[in-house]
Design a protein around this ligand. Sequence first.
Ligand SMILES: *[C@@H]1O[C@H](CO)[C@@H](O)[C@H](O)[C@H]1NC(C)=O
Ligand SMILES: *[C@@H]1O[C@H](CO)[C@@H](O)[C@H](O)[C@H]1NC(C)=O
Length: 327
Amino acid sequence: MASANMVGAIVLLMEIIALVSGVRFQLGANGLSMEYYMMSCPFAEPIVKNTVNAALQSDPTLAAGLVRMHFHDCFIQGCDASILIDSTKGNTAEKDSPANLSLRGYKIIDDAKEQLEEQCPGVVSCADILAMAARDAVFFAGGPVYDIPKGRKDGRRSKIEDTFNLPSPFLNSSELVRMFGQHGFTAQEMVALSGAHTLGVTHCASFKNRLKNFDSTHDVDPTLDSGFASALSKTCSAGDNAEQPFDSSRNSFDNDYYNALQRKSGVLVSDQTLYSSPQTRSFVNAYAMNQAMFFFHFQQAMLKMSLLDVKQASQGEVRQTCRVINT
Ligand SMILES: *[C@@H]1O[C@H](CO)[C@@H](O)[C@H](O)[C@H]1NC(C)=O
Ligand SMILES: *[C@@H]1O[C@H](CO)[C@@H](O)[C@H](O)[C@H]1NC(C)=O
């Protein structure tokens, strides 16, 4: 309990700092700003923070779910909460794509939205709630603390066919650089964002191709450490859905992920390729050596991601319920 109080006190302190520093932030060209809800819903930030904190206290594995959900949201149609929409009779939504396998934490967003609707009905968008929740999840898992502008509006489209644009776990470094480049990210930013894999797990189905009949000349992926390959095979003996953490501390936000890549113990092809490829290896080495640098670059890249194709007032709405487009 003492530690919960501590976290509460820190959250409060952060709010004060954010409020004070927000005053000098200029309204951006995209209509977003740090103090967007200062008048209309002053407790928006603490409500989301406390909801995320409470949820992570009972299930710390949800941090990874929230970060991943925000990423999936922003990469498809921009950060417009399209990932939160439930399928209906006539429409299969993004969240029902096979790519959604490890998306978790929808209930946290619903909880926060419910409280916000009570305090300030129709004001805080689901896209902002998700962006704040992902940011807070990183912090509560031990990662960097940073402020993000608010004012995103919620989109009115969510279709399963749009999700083919998500990066697959089988991509190599040059494919990743190209794909993230289409969203305006540099190779270094892509490597920093990949560090989100410091949280969470993947499933055997996403890496079993590396363990058997890998290609015409190798049975096992040659970029994979042989001891680690045995560990992965053991995981897969429980089936395609068996969970495998990306690094040794699945609920702590740290730079251990990059250390694992240096040991040839990256789980996915799309992880290990960052070290195997000369194009990106120097970034992996830098982040493995310097966690503070990783944290700083990660927060900058997350901020940039949170602004991808954001919808302004005329292009979107504030949903009443995050799972349903307003009628
Ligand atoms: C993910 O998609 C599958 C279908 O591919 C669906 O059965 C499942 O309910 C979805 N999961 C979530 C959390 O929406
Ligand atoms: C990555 O994959 C693409 C297409 O599959 C291939 O053309 C390219 O040579 C690969 N790059 C590396 C560095 O292996």
